[in-house]
Design a protein around this ligand. Structure first.
Ligand SMILES: *Cc1c(COP(=O)(O)O)cnc(C)c1O
Length: 336
C-alpha cells in the first residue's frame, strides 16, 4: 500500500484526463486560437458566475495576476497573516507589482476580524499606501469560511471602496463541504483564483475569474510574466475533466480526513482537534517525546509519505483510499 499525505498537489492525473489530453483539439492560445482553453475558460466563468476566466500556469500566478490587476504601484492589499498570497508566494506582489501587503491576524476559524480590517484601511494621506483590495482565502488551513462572514466582508469592502479577491485554490472543497454551488461562494467576490491541480487532479493549471475588464488586464500581465502558453489545450483538457467530473468525489477525501483525524486522536502523543476537520486536511500536534523524523523514515520504507513536523499536516486526496488511511494508521502505530 502506498499513500502520500504531504499534499493534494501530488495527485496523479486520472485515466480520463490522460485520454482527453491526448485527443484535445489545440491552437495557439496567445492568438486566442486554442478551442480547448477557450472551452475551459467559458465553462469556468459560467460555473462560477463571472464574465470571464483566464487559464494560468499555477495558483501563484493567478493570485499575482489578480493583485496586479486590481492594484497599481504604491497600492496595498489587506490579507490574513496566514494567507498563501502573503506567506508562500515569494513576496511576488511586492517584488513584481510594487504592491504592499498589509497582513492581519487570522482568527481560529480562518476569518480576519472585520474590526481589524476597518482599522487597517489607510486614510487618504500622502504618508500611506493606498488601500485598494481585501484578499481572503477559502478554504484556509482546511477550514471553510462561514457564508455570513463572506457577506459581511463583501459589504465592508463595498462600503469602503475596496475590491475583494478570493484565493480559492481549494474553493471546490469549501463548496462541497457546504453542499453549495461554487457560484454561491464566488458571488461575494470581484475575482477568484481556483486550482485545478490539487484535489481536482489536473496535472497543471489554475484559473482566474473576474469581469471582462479585469481579465483583459490580467491577460496582459500574464503575457509579460511569461505565462502566455501556446497549445495549452493539452493542459486545459484535463482542467475541463477536473471541473466536470472530479469535484463530486471530494466528499470522499473529506470523509477520509475525518476518519484519519479520529484514528490519530486515539493514538497517545498525537493531539487532534477533530471538530476542526472540515475538508481534506488533518492537523496533529505531536508530543515532544516522539521522534517524528524517525517515524517518517520508517513509514516511508513502507510507502507512506508525510512531511515530518511537530505540527503535522496530513492531506487526503484521490490517490488515498479509505483502506490506505487505515493501513497508514496501523503502520504508524507499529512504528511508534
Ligand atoms: C496551492 C495554493 C496556492 C498556489 O497554487 P500553486 O499552483 O501551488 O502555485 C495558492 N493559494 C492557496 C491557498 C494554495 O493552497
Amino acid at each position: 500500500m502506498k499513500a502520500d499525505f504531504r499534499s493534494d498537489t501530488v495527485t496523479q492525473p486520472t485515466a480520463a484526463m490522460r485520454q482527453a489530453m491526448s485527443q484535445a483539439p489545440v491552437g495557439d492560445d496567445v492568438y486566442g486560437d486554442d478551442p480547448t482553453v477557450n472551452r475551459l475558460e467559458a465553462m469556468a466563468a459560467e460555473m462560477l458566475g463571472f464574465d470571464a476566466a483566464l487559464f494560468t500556469s499555477s495558483g501563484t500566478q493567478a493570485n499575482l495576476l489578480a493583485l496586479m490587476s486590481h492594484c497599481e504601484r504604491g497600492d496595498e492589499y489587506i490579507c490574513g497573516q496566514d494567507a498563501h498570497n502573503y506567506r508562500f508566494e515569494g513576496g511576488g506582489a511586492a517584488v513584481l507589482g510594487s504592491i504592499q501587503p498589509q497582513p492581519l491576524l487570522n482568527q481560529a476559524d480562518g476569518t480576519i476580524a472585520l474590526g481589524d480590517i476597518e482599522a487597517a484601511i489607510k486614510p487618504d494621506d500622502v504618508h500611506y499606501a493606498r488601500t485598494r483590495l481585501l484578499s481572503l482565502e477559502n478554504t484556509i488551513g482546511g477550514k471553510v469560511l462561514p457564508m455570513d462572514y463572506l457577506a459581511e466582508a463583501q459589504a465592508l469592502a463595498f462600503n469602503r471602496g475596496l475590491k475583494i479577491h478570493l484565493d480559492g485554490a481549494r474553493l471546490v472543497n469549501a463548496a462541497v463541504a457546504l453542499n453549495k454551488p461554487m457560484a454561491e461562494i464566488a458571488g461575494h467576490f470581484d475575482s477568484v483564483s481556483l486550482c485545478l491541480s490539487k484535489g481536482l487532479c489536473a496535472p497543471v493549471g489554475s484559473l482566474l475569474l473576474g469581469d471582462d475588464r479585469l481579465i483583459h488586464k490580467a491577460r496582459r500581465w500574464r503575457k509579460m510574466l511569461g505565462g502566455g502558453m501556446r497549445q495549452a489545450g493539452i493542459l486545459a483538457a484535463a482542467g475541463i475533466i477536473a471541473l466536470e467530473s472530479q469535484w463530486q468525489r471530494l466528499t470522499e477525501d473529506h470523509d477520509n480526513a475525518a476518519l484519519l483525524g479520529r484514528e490519530l486522536s486515539m493514538i497517545e502523543g498525537f493531539e487532534v482537534n477533530t471538530a476542526s476537520i472540515q475538508t481534506n486536511m488533518v492537523f496533529a500536534r505531536v508530543a515532544e517525546h516522539i521522534d517524528i523524523k524517525r517515524i517518517a523514515a520508517e513509514l516511508a520504507s513502507q510507502g507512506f509519505i508525510i512531511s515530518p513536523s511537530k505540527n503535522l499536516r496530513l492531506v487526503t486526496h484521490n490517490d488515498i483510499s479509505r483502506d490506505a488511511v487505515l493501513a497508514f494508521v496501523a503502520a504508524l502505530k507499529s512504528a511508534l
